[in-house]
Design a protein around this ligand. Structure first.
Ligand SMILES: Cc1cc2nc3c(=O)[nH]c(=O)nc-3n(C[C@H](O)[C@H](O)[C@H](O)COP(=O)(O)OP(=O)(O)OC[C@H]3O[C@@H](n4cnc5c(N)ncnc54)[C@H](O)[C@@H]3O)c2cc1C
Ligand code: SF4
Length: 491
């Protein structure tokens, strides 16, 4: 007779066809979901995020019961307590689970004797990534991405990329067009389970996020129908009057298992094959999912637990109040933070070129910024937030992941957004009371790190720009004022 097992399902692994659940036997096994108070209360999580996790897990448990599984959904002080109690209650010692998505969770489960099976909610196994990374001298995403295209046979024409190019980035950097109608975004209705969770948390959900597999599939189809065509060319645009732009809004579902990256890419390529979708949009989406997402996941495990503590630029400023909802005259920052407050989400460019850029230029301590980002976003998990913040956003790894920091002044934000026209500051000015803080801090940042970046071929030209500034002393003076105002929450 098959021995009975507890199949532990983490709240970011809600998928019955993958990982430990794929081999679970409804006749013998008990599926265990543990809502741990210590996790819920460990940090000031954005309620939108907690709502999504709890409601999606509750729906998932209900669906498994309907499929004939015995499900034990329990609340416990800690995961350890939950497992201990479930073992005793069911008289089952064997616990199996899918490899979790953080070092901390893996250590905890291994310590409890949980048998971990590979996590195939990604397209690249740890072995496949290690095989790629061990052949590299530098770890650039572009090389990984091309290998993924070939390995997975996605958008390939024999050995050549469909459309004749691997990369359409040059076509994909359009600013927000004038008088443009952005695609409508889906509003997700709430059912009884959602309402129960919402009452429990005392949080009225925004409607931006569904909590079931059916809702995730609706979001995917909505994106393919309404937003996919314009995705590539407008992926970097930041219009002040629209929050979703042409983005897919799929990360929350991909990251909790309600969608698998393979099905998203397969559906997107099938939609592209039907016609009407430019190659630059299809390639851009494929790049994000089989490229960036898999690369970031692989790098998280490859770089190790200590990577999160890197601070190559020696940045030690406390997180300024502007990130946590303090008043600000910087329209780009204020609008972005207000959007996060509403939905726990903004797209890639505000994350990178507004929030991370400000933290980078101001020299905010990476671990404080990482903690805030981790709490504030609906799609945030360790494996994805750590490399994106430490490597991409803050260059705190000194260039392990990126060839140069994503540092930019107000000119970039002014070109790619409509924020500056309604701002108290002037993106062209670097000194004076109405100088754009980004512009001032950008030059001051280059000045502070002049020696390091002069040695970087991709930064040397920017650094040489410092020599053309006749007002560098004034810039330094204004930067000190800006940083003081930022610290005091008065900018
Ligand atoms: C500082 C910073 C922090 C970030 N934190 C997260 C995070 O916590 N969780 C998260 O899922 N993404 C994160 N990203 C990546 C990216 O911003 C989001 O995946 C994206 O904005 C989610 O919205 P979307 O689903 O509409 O994405 P789209 O723009 O429609 O892209 C499609 C998919 O590509 C994947 N993707 C694209 N870029 C990345 C990337 N750099 N890393 C991982 N996946 C990527 C996502 O799964 C996304 O759903 C971060 C980026 C930066 C710069
Ligand atoms: S002027 Fe500067 S602070 Fe104001 S919106 Fe533009 S970039 Fe942001």
């Amino acid at each position: 007779m098959t021995s009975r097992r507890l199949v532990l399902v983490a709240f970011d692994q809600l998928n019955a066809d993958h990982g430990a659940l794929a081999a679970a036997d409804p006749a013998h096994d008990v599926v265990l979901l543990i809502e741990s108070t210590s996790m819920l209360e460990a940090r000031p999580w954005h309620p939108e995020r907690t709502y999504l996790l709890l409601s999606a897990a509750a729906h998932f448990a209900r669906d498994l019961i309907e499929q004939g599984f015995t499900v034990d959904y329990r609340q416990a002080a800690t995961i350890e307590d939950g497992i201990r109690q479930a073992r005793a209650d069911h008289g089952i010692e064997d616990v199996v689970s899918t490899w979790p998505t953080s070092f901390a969770a893996a250590r905890r489960l291994e310590g409890l004797g949980v048998h971990l099976v590979p996590n195939d909610l990604f397209l690249t196994s740890r072995e496949q990534f290690d095989a790629w990374v061990s052949r590299q001298r530098t770890f650039r995403m572009e090389g990984f991405y091309r290998e993924q295209r070939r390995r997975l046979g996605i958008l390939m024409d024999g050995d050549e990329p469909v459309g004749g190019s691997w990369n359409f980035d040059a076509a994909n950097r359009l600013p927000p067009p004038k008088d443009y109608r952005w695609p409508s975004s889906l509003v997700h209705e709430h059912d009884e389970i959602d309402e129960k969770i919402s009452r429990r948390l005392g949080h009225q959900p925004s409607g931006a996020w569904g909590t079931t597999r059916a809702a995730a599939l609706r979001q995917l189809e909505h994106f393919l129908e309404h937003s996919f065509a314009g995705f590539g060319p407008l992926e970097d645009a930041m219009p002040a009057d629209d929050w979703a732009v042409h983005h897919s809004l799929l990360s929350p579902y991909l990251n909790i298992g309600l969608l698998h990256p393979e099905e998203v890419v397969r559906r997107a390529v099938a939609r592209f094959d039907q016609g009407g979708i430019p190659i630059e949009s299809c390639e851009a989406l494929v790049r994000q999912i089989i490229g960036w997402r898999e690369y970031v996941h692989g790098m998280y495990w490859f770089l190790g637990h200590e990577y999160r503590f890197r601070n190559a630029l020696d940045a030690h400023r406390d997180l300024p109040p502007v990130f946590t909802g303090g008043d600000t005259d910087m329209n780009c920052v204020g609008t972005t933070v207000a959007d996060i407050d509403k939905r726990a989400w903004v797209h890639h460019i505000p994350r990178l070129m507004i929030l991370s850029n400000l933290a980078l230029l101001a020299g905010v301590e990476p671990q404080q910024f990482l903690a805030w980002m981790r709490e504030a976003f609906v799609d945030a998990y360790d494996w994805v937030m750590v490399p994106n913040v430490i490597g991409m956003g803050l260059y705190a790894d000194g260039g392990t992941m990126m060839t140069k920091p994503y540092a930019a002044g107000g000119a970039y934000i002014s070109r790619m957004s409509t924020f500056c026209r309604d701002c108290a500051f002037d993106p062209r000015k670097r000194v004076g009371p109405d100088a754009c803080p980004f512009t001032t801090l950008y030059w001051d940042f280059l000045d502070r790190h002049r020696e390091r970046f002069a040695r970087n071929a991709r930064m040397a030209q920017q650094v040489r720009g410092l020599d053309r500034l006749s007002d560098l002393d004034e810039v330094r003076q204004r930067a000190r004022e800006v940083l003081d105002l930022l610290d005091a929450g008065r900018l």
